[in-house]
Ligand binder design. Structure first.
Ligand code: SF4
Ligand code: SF4
Length: 173
């Protein structure tokens, strides 16, 4: 997670890792995930239904995590549901702190919009799911709230730059 800019504090409820959430991946995410899972390469992710390829923004085909169905509905296979001391159900990401955690999950609730023509970026804090309790009584609107550019650690900046190149390739298809 980038340096704290907001009053956001994740309550580890796991709601953004369930249901119809779409976790889009970039090539670096897929390489790391395949390596973490001990697969021969990213191609195996689709064969094993770890990911699915689906039309995203502007109808462009992109990979995203597949959420398998379970007793409580679909959820990310990397989500660990557990009860805390008070019996509250919580949801922890088993990839947290690991290189294999997808970029979009590492950034949340921050979101970047990039202008591919001039390379400029807009940053927002966006509730990852309606009703996310991370801001208490002052959540951003569903469409997000603009933020100044955050300070990012070098690893995240490098991944964002790689993702920008990926978006350029996709936009030219
Ligand atoms: S919905 Fe919000 S509080 Fe709950 S896990 Fe996701 S980011 Fe954290
Ligand atoms: S990888 Fe982790 S943070 Fe991302 S959706 Fe899955 S459980 Fe949630």
């Amino acid at each position: 997670m980038p340096e704290k800019l907001t009053k956001f504090e994740c309550r580890i409820c796991g709601e953004c890792c369930r249901g119809g959430q779409k976790v889009w991946l970039n090539p670096a995410d897929m390489e790391r995930l395949a390596s973490y899972l001990g697969l021969d390469g990213p191609d195996e992710l689709e064969a094993r239904r770890i990911i699915v390829i689906e039309a995203g923004e502007h109808g462009i085909l992109r990979p995203r995590l597949y959420f398998p169905p379970g007793p409580a509905g679909a959820s990310c296979r990397f989500l660990i549901n557990d009860l805390d001391e008070s019996g509250r159900l919580w949801g922890r990401c088993s990839l947290h702190g690991k290189a294999a955690k997808p970029l979009v999950c590492r950034l949340a609730p921050l979101s970047r919009e990039i202008d591919l023509d001039d390379g400029s970026e807009k940053w927002m804090e966006v509730p990852p799911v309606i009703g996310c309790p991370g801001w208490g009584d002052t959540p951003p609107p569903p469409e997000g709230r603009a933020l100044p550019p955050p300070e990012l650690d070098p690893g995240i900046r490098e991944d964002l730059e790689g993702e920008t190149e990926y978006f350029k390739i996709l936009s030219e298809k």
